[in-house]
Design a protein around this ligand. Structure first.
Ligand SMILES: Nc1nc2c(ncn2[C@@H]2O[C@H](COP(=O)(O)OP(=O)(O)OP(=O)(O)O)[C@@H](O)[C@H]2O)c(=O)[nH]1
Ligand SMILES: [Mg+2]
Length: 314
């Protein structure tokens, strides 16, 4: 029996192998992923992002416990910026795994952000498609909110939770980093520390000023203490409300359709770029061109125009 058949029968080991295949873009992955795409689309995707150490994993663990109690299945993808490994063999995940049932109701996977071929955002999205096709009801994606790539990752989710901590300057940093733009729910974690309530109030005020339309979703601001599981039930409640809201207002379908369009364009642009650059490097003597620019006889703009005319339009 081949891998896809075993996967479709619900074999967890086949799931792990499929993710590795997709993550590393092993030959044949496109065909397999294409098949899985047709089966995906049922899972609810929740993105959790925020600064390093804010308590994202702690919150994910609490949410997973709640979801398990509700009787639903959960797949978790953690994008780990510090890890050079792929394959989910990290200590943190082993510890986490041991807390939960091993009957397939929950599945954890880490992705190393360094060296992801073809882009981390695409790789994470592909892995979430695999989990979706496997049949998980919920997919939680944890990523450190530090740059555009991480924002792209959570932007593909149905609901985005942004987690910050009360430490001074954090609220300001969050706004600067564009995290507020992507947030459907804001969480100020480590509420046991000083200043949590004032940071929450500051965020509420900023969000109130930013609200674009009267009937738009009001981004709630919660305070939690994830290491003690405090207020995580409230977060679960807000997640449910947000899902109901976007389903009732068509945003859910619109957003998913937009994601499909983005995905097609991303695949195409990756391909165009790759093919064009391959053609260029095969045919061009860069030393001479660089010499010209270096000595002031040409400039990067003119050179690019000429190369584009010659190789992209042919
Ligand atoms: N005091 C306090 N500590 C917390 C709370 N929530 C989490 N922590 C602790 O904060 C530390 C970081 O928590 P994680 O859940 O690993 O944070 P993270 O955001 O996933 O971290 P990275 O994935 O490394 O960015 C751990 O030592 C947690 O036990 C909280 O509400 N209060
Ligand atoms: Mg973490």
């Amino acid at each position: 029996m081949d891998l896809l058949d075993r996967f479709l029968l619900g074999d967890i080991r086949a799931l792990s192998r499929m993710i590795t295949l997709v993550e590393n873009r092993v030959e044949g992955y496109r065909e397999a992923l294409g098949q899985l795409y047709r089966k995906a689309g049922r899972a609810v995707k929740i993105g959790l992002t925020g600064p390093p150490g804010a308590g994202k994993s702690s919150l994910v663990n609490c949410l997973v416990s709640q979801l398990i109690d509700e009787g639903v299945t959960v797949g978790v993808v953690a994008v780990d910026p510090s890890s050079p490994f792929t394959g989910g063999a990290l200590l943190g995940d082993r510890v986490r795994m041991s807390e939960f049932p091993t009957d397939g109701q929950v599945y954890f996977r880490s992705m190393a952000s360094r060296g992801a071929t073809g882009g981390l955002s695409a790789a994470t999205d592909n892995v979430s498609v695999v989990l979706d096709a496997f049949g998980f009801d919920f997919i939680l994606i944890e990523t450190v909110g530090v740059g555009q790539v991480e924002l792209d990752i959570v932007d593909a989710c149905d609901t985005v939770v942004v987690i910050i901590v009360p430490e001074s300057g954090d609220a300001v940093q969050t706004m600067k980093a564009g995290l507020i733009e992507v947030a459907d729910i804001m969480v100020v974690n480590k509420a046991d520390r000083q200043g949590a309530e004032s940071v929450a109030a500051e965020l509420k005020y900023t969000l109130h000023l930013r609200k674009i339309a009267k009937d738009a979703w009001t981004v709630p601001v919660l305070t939690t203490q994830a290491n003690q599981g405090i207020n995580v039930d409230k977060l679960r409640g807000r997640l449910r409300e947000h899902l109901e809201f976007i389903r009732a207002n068509n945003n859910f379908d619109d957003h998913r359709r937009l994601q499909i369009q983005k995905k097609i364009l991303a695949i195409l642009s990756h391909r165009f770029r790759q093919e064009f650059l391959d053609r260029l490097t095969d045919q061009i003597d860069f030393d001479t061109i660089v010499d010209d620019v270096y000595h002031g006889h040409s400039d990067p703009f003119q050179v690019s125009d000429e190369l584009y005319q010659k190789y992209a339009c042919s």
